[in-house]
Ligand binder design. Structure first.
Ligand SMILES: [Zn+2]
Length: 335
């Protein structure tokens, strides 16, 4: 009896230690989305969209529907600033239906949406936007602060970037930010970066993509986000992240890192777009369209094909990345 109790006691103790240690840093929640039976996956990324169909949101939604049909997409990613100007007022805010359910009506878009929060979402009732009640209203909706989506061929790491930006805390300029369950800032960021670092080191997927609302590199209105360049980017570089995908700047962009393999992709053209802002940075600009549109991704374990589209569905820019396919197949048939 004693012999069988000992391992149980050890297990209980180690579980307790795990629970205690996870208090300071909870593991990021994980979701799974299987690729198609041929091992491929396709999706659309859109950011900065929720304007009740206005500022061409409906036209872009219609084009997303057509592209989604052509590519037989598996899911949609929202890069944040989901509801303008000030997020949702509560789970009963009609803006949820007016800006999401009633706009993205195309058949191909009736898939799971994986969403992060933007700074405009933080100006409303954030807990409402994160609430499972919204999933009862529209089952496509899934929005968390930070989480991981495993798809076997790629791991997508969604990162809550608004709390990084100091001016939202120190100079809100009349805007109210809902920092419930976030403050104090430093501890929140430390925990998040540690969780992300662990999860990236643990990832065995061929591709690692990180999605956040704010830019790391951008030549448009908002430019680089210094807090992310300082705190987030080193972790992405250290862990061989392939793509950083964001919204926030209302444009489409592709920038290559000068000193790592990271590609920075902005898909923030979901509705109102800005024109005229251009400030070069130290990295290598490959493509910049200061207008409305969205981005698609098609991937297998060996390649990623990315396309940027304007409001008319024209392909403006294409990017192809390849991974070395491990030659384990050479072993087959030699036994
Ligand atoms: Zn934003």
């Amino acid at each position: 009896m004693e012999k069988t109790m000992a391992p149980c006691l050890l297990l209980s103790l180690s579980l307790l230690v795990c629970l205690l240690s996870s208090n300071s840093s909870a593991e990021l929640q994980r979701f799974h989305h299987s690729p198609k039976s041929d091992g491929s996956l396709s999706l659309i990324v859109v950011g900065d969209w929720g304007r009740k169909g206005e500022f061409n949101q409906s036209q872009i939604a219609a084009q997303m529907g057509e592209t989604g049909e052509n590519l037989d997409i598996d899911f949609v990613i929202s890069a944040g600033d989901n509801f303008y100007e000030d997020g949702l007022t509560g789970v009963d805010d009609k803006a949820f239906a007016e800006s999401f359910t009633n706009v993205y009506t195309a058949k191909s878009l009736q898939k799971q949406w994986y969403s992060v929060l933007g700074n405009h979402d933080y100006r409303g009732d954030v807990l409402a936007q994160l609430s499972p009640v919204l999933q009862e209203i529209d089952p496509r909706w899934l929005c968390l602060r930070s989480f991981i989506l495993n798809t076997e061929i790629a791991d997508f790491f969604f990162v809550d970037t608004s709390p990084f930006v100091l001016k939202y805390w120190n100079e809100p300029k009349g805007d109210q930010y809902d920092w419930r369950e976030v403050a104090p800032r430093d501890q929140y960021i430390d925990n998040l970066l540690q969780d992300l670092d662990w999860a990236l080191k643990d990832s065995r997927a061929p591709w690692k993509f990180v999605i956040g609302h704010h830019t790391i590199r951008s030549v448009s209105e908002h430019g680089d986000t210094e807090e992310l360049v300082e705190m987030l980017l080193p972790i992405l570089k250290e862990n061989g992240v392939d793509l950083y995908i964001n919204g926030h700047d209302h444009c489409l962009e592709h920038i290559s890192s000068r000193n790592s393999s990271i590609q920075y992709l902005t898909s923030g053209g979901g509705s109102k777009a800005w024109r005229g802002a251009y400030t070069p940075n130290q990295d290598s600009l490959q493509f910049f369209y200061d207008g409305q549109g969205f981005m698609s991704m098609q991937l297998t374990s060996a390649m990623v094909e990315i396309e940027f589209y304007d409001v008319f569905g024209h392909v403006l820019h294409q990017l192809n990345l390849q991974k070395e396919v491990r030659s384990y197949f050479k072993m087959i048939g030699r036994g």
